[in-house]
Design a protein around this ligand. Structure first.
Ligand code: FES
Length: 166
């Protein structure tokens, strides 16, 4: 992942241009292109808007509109860990809204925000394919089912402890 600052900036720019070049001729290139950028960079920097606009011959407003519509695209680098709470129907029915409130309370942040120490980003997600074990959450690449407040509390505590300075 990269944050487009400092010494990495030039190589990041080159990487962005390479991704755009690979995707620009595809039919319906916009979404695959944005996903590829997020896949490589970990987020979608604002500076890609004019680059994509030029490459795909669409307006900047159109690119921005797609970014605004799909909440999966991060506008800033994620924290060292990402906690996603499923907000789709099955998990909502099984009380995931309580987990959302709990996570917001513990972390002091809202969805799409990162704790000030950069440890953890909180995101909504709409079905993790684990509906039979609702409510479900994901921490980085690991999915947890039948989540309850005590377990969530412990998982968040572990993540925070792991990030505490030595
Ligand atoms: S609805 Fe939450 S995992 Fe499917």
């Amino acid at each position: 992942m990269s944050n487009l600052v400092g010494a990495d900036r030039e190589s990041d720019q080159a990487a962005l241009r390479a991704i755009i070049e690979v995707h620009r001729a595809m039919p319906g290139a916009m979404l695959p292109l944005l996903h590829a950028i997020q896949g490589q960079m970990g987020w979608v920097p604002a500076e890609v808007v004019p680059l994509i606009s030029d490459a795909l011959n669409v307006s900047r407003a159109e690119v921005q509109g797609v970014l605004d519509f799909y909440h999966d695209f991060r506008r800033a680098p994620a924290g060292r860990h990402v906690l996603q709470i499923c907000r789709a129907e099955s998990c909502q029915a099984m009380g995931s809204y309580r987990l959302e409130a709990q996570a917001r309370d513990i972390l002091g942040i809202n969805f799409h925000q990162t704790t000030p120490d950069g440890a953890l980003t909180l995101e909504p997600v709409y079905c993790l394919g684990n509906c039979a074990c609702s409510p479900a959450i994901r921490i980085d690449d690991a999915i947890y089912g039948r989540m309850d407040p005590a377990t969530l509390d412990a998982l968040i505590g572990d993540l925070r402890d792991a990030q505490a300075p030595a």
